[in-house]
Design a protein around this ligand. Structure first.
Ligand code: NAD
Ligand code: MG
Length: 390
């Protein structure tokens, strides 16, 4: 039996992971499940999978979680610290699917005990890529990509020499506003930004897809995962979301990864790696699909793509500032304090301000420094939001 834990179990990635595990319950011993506000789902899954412990991020909800688990034998705990402690529980495979920088500390804890980390939480790589990768190396712990593009690149690279790689192309659907007139973008509503043409995902990543901040994060994620020069990474708009990434080699060959837009593929690949196993995803009928389209991305429509390049050029803890500013700007948009197009202004201003105001970006990359810089950047981003709102 493989011991597995799922961090962010109640979210979109977490539920897809549970779907795969429930199909072969005898193969897995579920150590820990974590969630935040959806106590009902967390308790239901913890009981169904007979988990060792269920943890909610929200301390005020502990009595409710306890009550829901009464008599089941599943332990209950609450709070950020308890989540990180759950990551210390011995496991063979941990799904990191918390959304945001909150996923960093539990991911580090998992790697520090040598556990294989299936990484959906791209924010932790953007905030602290080197730290995460070095911790993995130091403890002989594997980090497997779960983001669909990065899983695709990872698969296209199997058996290939890295020095033959010339470029890595990650695709983007273009999100909800791909075909909108530019003049309409400032008036995009929350409901419009929260609906994705191809993928069914959590609300935050769906809005990040519309603004292309998701792709901006993924450019940085590609640099971290595959250790390539930023100039080798390209973004290609592909409205069908069926080619997830392509790797270009020095003999001119492009290896493309093609599959349905269903995260259970990338999750399942990471779950069974290095083997392949049967997965319950649609088999594509290419003749019925007929056409794959491609377009160049547009930095005017999606300034986030340009900002990602600036962040990589700046180096240091600029990634942590970028992620915190992006998360805060997103909170600002969701809360009705910002227009859709102002999110990128907030991120740019926060990066400029944090660069001008002392050594936070140049601090050594330790977990404490990253978390401190994250907090400083969130304050700076809220200041920028308030200024823009005046
Ligand atoms: P989601 O919003 O559906 O779920 C997020 C999960 O994190 C939930 O379980 C929630 O309870 C938990 N959570 C939220 N705030 C928390 C906090 N402060 N502390 C602890 N737990 C907290 O998100 P999602 O779409 O499943 O995305 C999860 C991660 O996977 C993100 O990093 C996202 O970028 C990445 N990802 C998602 C998809 C997708 O298809 N949904 C694809 C690629 C990558
Ligand atoms: Mg992706």
């Amino acid at each position: 039996m493989r011991r597995v834990s799922i961090f962010g179990a109640t979210g979109s990635i977490g539920q897809n992971t549970i779907d795969l595990i429930k199909r072969a319950p005898d193969e897995y011993d579920v150590v820990a499940l974590t969630g935040a506000s959806n106590i009902k789902q967390l308790a239901e899954d913890a009981k169904a999978l007979n988990a060792g412990i269920a943890v909610t991020a929200d301390e005020a909800r502990l009595p409710e979680l306890r009550a829901a688990l009464q008599g089941s034998g599943v332990e209950a705990a609450a709070g950020a610290q308890a989540i990180t402690e759950a990551a210390h529980r011995p496991a063979d495979w941990i799904m990191s699917a918390i959304v945001g920088a909150a996923g960093l500390a539990p991911g580090m804890a998992a790697l520090a005990q040598g556990t294989t980390l299936a990484l959906a939480n791209k924010e932790s790589l953007v905030c602290a890529g080197n730290l995460l990768l070095e911790t993995g190396r130091a403890h002989n712990a594997e980090i497997l990509p779960v983001d669909s593009e990065h899983s695709a690149v990872f698969q296209a690279l199997v058996g290939e020499p890295m020095d033959a790689v010339e470029r890595i192309i990650i695709t983007a659907s273009g999100g909800a506003f791909r075909d909108w007139p530019l003049a309409d973008l400032p008036n995009a509503t929350l409901a419009q930004a929260s609906s994705h043409p191809n993928w069914d995902m959590g609300q935050r990543i769906t809005i990040d897809s519309a603004s292309m901040f998701n792709k901006a994060m993924e450019i940085i994620e590609t640099r971290e995962f595959f250790g390539v020069d930023p100039a080798m990474i390209e973004v290609l708009i592909h409205p069908q979301s069926m080619i997830h990434a392509l790797v270009g080699f020095n003999d001119g060959a492009l290896m493309a990864h093609v599959g349905p837009p269903d995260m259970r593929h990338a999750i399942g690949y990471a779950l069974h790696h290095p083997a392949r196993a049967h997965l319950p995803v649609e088999r594509l009928d290419l003749a019925a699909i007929g056409t794959f389209e491609f377009r160049a991305p547009d930095d005017t429509r999606w300034p986030a793509l340009r900002i990602a390049r600036e962040v990589m050029a700046r180096g240091g803890l600029a990634g942590a500032v970028f992620n915190a500013a992006k998360e805060t700007a997103l909170d600002g948009f969701i809360g009705g304090h910002l227009k859709f197009t102002q999110m990128s202004d907030v991120v740019s201003r926060t990066l400029e301000q944090m660069d001008a105001s002392g050594g936070h970006i140049d601090a050594t990359m330790t977990l404490d420094n990253v978390l401190e810089t994250d907090q400083m950047a969130r304050k700076a981003a809220w200041d920028a939001i308030h200024k823009l709102g005046q």
